[in-house]
Design a protein around this ligand. Structure first.
Ligand code: ANZ
Length: 655
């Protein structure tokens, strides 16, 4: 078959379309609107086939809608703050801004070569001051609404990147980028009060009919609503501590009460401040990080106090109180009542410390001799060994009935708890949006006045410092507010803040005074079809849903209640990974296959390559395929058609 030369055909069309405004967003009153958005890229260098797939899916939809006569908004921008720029700049003695802008211009020219139906007039870049100045205003607006606050708290500290990580950025107890074990450290941090919207974020999921079920389930689990009750446990004959409150989802197992465990940061820890052994224990606990996952995986450790807790339903039953490493201070009340027979974690602890325990749920009405030994019984069944609760069906009758009794006796109260924690947004990093806050000489918080915004990032600074380079910018840090000399906050915002409102900015990207024009936002929002990777199922999508609620809080101005009406999570484009004998990643271009074996192409052609697993294309593993050669050889139409035709868009595909 004759090889047809498609070269440049698409680029000619692109020029033609651009000239005729074919892909420009309009607000023609006679037409319906369609807002089509793909998750915007981080400008890491060049695009790869993963980007091609994501943007081609959106392109097909946008074109179809254009042709069906809709007003289509199909914009593109750059998620351009973040650590890679800072790291690359540090390694090569460059300015992160220059590095980022150069990458943007390369990637933009590549996307243009693909002939995508993008309205380039709407282009935005989050590291540009005309983007982040609005973000600084939003920060202050949220601060005024008491949705932003500062508190000292334990953070996940990445000792290599010297930065704080959100829980979601800690994977298997390790930093998502550095891959080293995360430590626990106490720091003053800025937080967004996302937990205030827990219930609403959960309820909102019910209306998202055009979202994949799996994403909704992941969000639901992340928000984690638990129904249970709080119970007051009396402490036996102690002058300093009289009551310890616990949250439980299983009050019905109270007769199986075997120990009470509190977090090492529980308020009662102040009575053990001078106890050397306790301090040693506490230090040991701090090594396991702050995520639930790492805590769950760690060995269960306890430190026995001199306190004894009384079972509120059976006053003769008195049990020891421990500090334990598996109790989280920021969930419930930082204290649990341990019931080993019906909770595996409690059982592990009880077996380790030789604690007595009683089985109180049996599988059915018979089996009086049922007894838990080394595997907790957590199924449904019937209560026994539980005095006046005997015979209640677990869990349907037992939980509500016990709560009723506890409420009657004024020992406990019904309570709903959420797992979702507030979003820590402080990052000890240079290349991010400066936080528009300063501190006076008394360390009081001062908002930077609106007219002084934006607080621009200083340029040409020394990045070769440990920790945050902004700490060393003495001149930049000084700011006069109300006649007082203040010091600017040197933490910058988590880049997830940048992407939690960019879809609003696309509606009026050139508005200088405001982050968006309300008319435009109310015309285009919500995004009708959003397309991106499932790896953003929790973080980015939840933060975006929060941000819209936060902007509307106390001052409903945006009609949309959810940012993304339809969501499509495309499958990843994957490729084998390669490493040379020294363990360095190699790109597919650097290797050659001979008789089924793979060798390094250039310097040392006999060096065999170790072939790693097939993983989604990513610059960090260098397993990317650049589309440009394909575009040159076969034309952009062919590349776009191929990437869609090879396998269903929701499935992973191996290049
Ligand atoms: C007694 C009990 C008996 C429990 C039993 C479970 C089974 P979810 O569903 O995740 O909300 N808990 C409460 N506060 C805690 C904290 N700060 N750190 C660690 N664990 C905590 O889990 C609620 C259960 O987690 C609670 O119910 C409590 O243990 C524990 F057979 O109370 B349970």
């Amino acid at each position: 078959m004759e090889r047809y030369n498609f070269k440049n055909i698409e680029i000619k069309w692109q020029k033609h379309w651009e000239k005729n405004n074919f892909f420009k967003a309009t607000k023609d009153k006679n037409k319906r609107k369609f807002y089509c958005l793909e998750m915007f890229p981080y400008p890491s260098g060049r695009i790869h086939m993963g980007h091609v797939r994501n943007y081609t899916i959106g392109d097909v939809l946008a074109r179809a809608k254009f042709m069906q006569g809709f007003n289509v908004l199909h914009p593109m921008g750059w998620d351009s703050f973040g650590m890679p720029a800072e790291n690359a700049a540090r390694q090569n003695n460059l300015d992160p801004k220059d590095w980022t802008e150069k990458n943007i211009s390369i990637m933009k020219s590549q996307l243009k070569k693909l002939g995508l139906s993008i309205d380039w007039d709407k282009e935005i870049s989050t590291c540009s001051d005309d983007y982040y100045k609005h973000q600084q205003k939003f920060f202050l607006e949220l601060y005024d609404k008491e949705l932003v606050y500062r508190k000292e708290s334990y953070v996940n500290w990445d000792p290599v990147d010297e930065t704080v990580l959100a829980n979601e950025q800690v994977i298997d107890g390790k930093g998502w980028r550095s891959g080293v074990p995360v430590e626990k450290k106490k720091l003053n941090q800025w937080f967004f009060n996302i937990s205030k919207f827990s219930d609403d974020l959960l309820k909102g999921l019910e209306d998202l009919d055009n979202w994949p079920e799996k994403v909704k389930t992941m969000q639901k689990n992340w928000i984690g609503k638990s129904f249970g009750c709080e119970i007051d446990f009396e402490i036996d004959g102690n002058k300093e501590v009289d009551i310890i409150k616990c949250f439980t989802t299983r009050p019905d197992t109270l007769f199986g009460f075997s120990f009470l465990a509190v977090s090492v940061d529980h308020p009662i820890s102040k009575f053990y401040e001078n106890d050397k052994d306790f301090l040693k224990f506490k230090n040991e606990c701090s090594k396991i990080g702050t995520t639930e996952e790492s805590i769950a995986q760690a060995d269960k450790l306890g430190f026995k106090t001199n306190l004894t807790a009384i079972n509120p339903l059976d006053k003769k039953n008195k049990v020891p109180v421990y500090f334990a490493n598996f109790v989280l201070m920021d969930y419930g009340f930082g204290a649990v009542f341990g019931c080993p027979a019906h909770d595996q974690r409690d059982l592990d602890f009880a077996l380790k410390y030789n604690l007595k325990f009683r089985t109180v749920v049996k599988p059915n009405d018979e089996n009086e001799n049922f007894k838990v030994t080394n595997e907790a019984f957590t199924e449904s069944g019937v209560l026994f060994n539980s005095d006046f609760l005997n015979g209640l069906k677990v869990p349907d009758e037992s939980i509500n009935k016990t709560i009723e009794i506890l409420e009657e006796k004024k020992i406990g109260k019904k309570k709903i708890n959420f797992r979702l924690k507030d979003w820590g947004v402080s990052r000890q990093r240079y290349w991010g949006c400066p936080i528009p806050i300063a501190y006076n000489s008394k360390n009081q918080i001062k908002k930077v006045p609106y007219e002084r915004l934006p607080i621009l990032l200083p340029r040409k600074i020394n990045l070769k410092t440990k920790g945050n380079p902004l700490n060393f910018q003495e001149d930049w840090k000084k700011i006069k507010i109300d006649g007082e000399t203040c010091t600017l906050e040197t933490d910058t915002l988590d880049t997830f803040v940048d992407s939690s409102w960019y879809f609003l900015r696309f509606c009026s990207p050139r508005n200088e005074n405001d982050g968006f024009d309300l008319d435009d936002v109310n015309y285009w929002m919500p995004v009708d079809q959003y397309i991106g990777g499932v790896e953003h199922a929790i973080l980015h999508l939840l933060y975006s849903r929060f941000f819209l609620r936060a902007l509307n809080y106390k001052n409903k101005k945006i009609f949309a209640t959810e940012p993304f009406d339809g969501l499509f999570t495309q499958g990843m484009v994957c490729h084998e990974t390669y490493k040379d004998s020294a363990g360095n990643w190699l790109s597919p271009d650097e290797v050659v296959s001979e008789d089924g074996r793979i060798f390094v192409k250039k310097d040392n052609p006999n060096e065999q390559v170790s072939v790693g697993p097939i993983e989604s294309m990513s610059k960090s593993k260098r397993n990317t395929i650049d589309p440009e050669r394909m575009i040159k050889n076969y034309g952009a139409d062919s590349v776009r058609l191929f990437i869609l035709s090879d396998s269903p868009p929701e499935k992973d595909v191996q290049w």
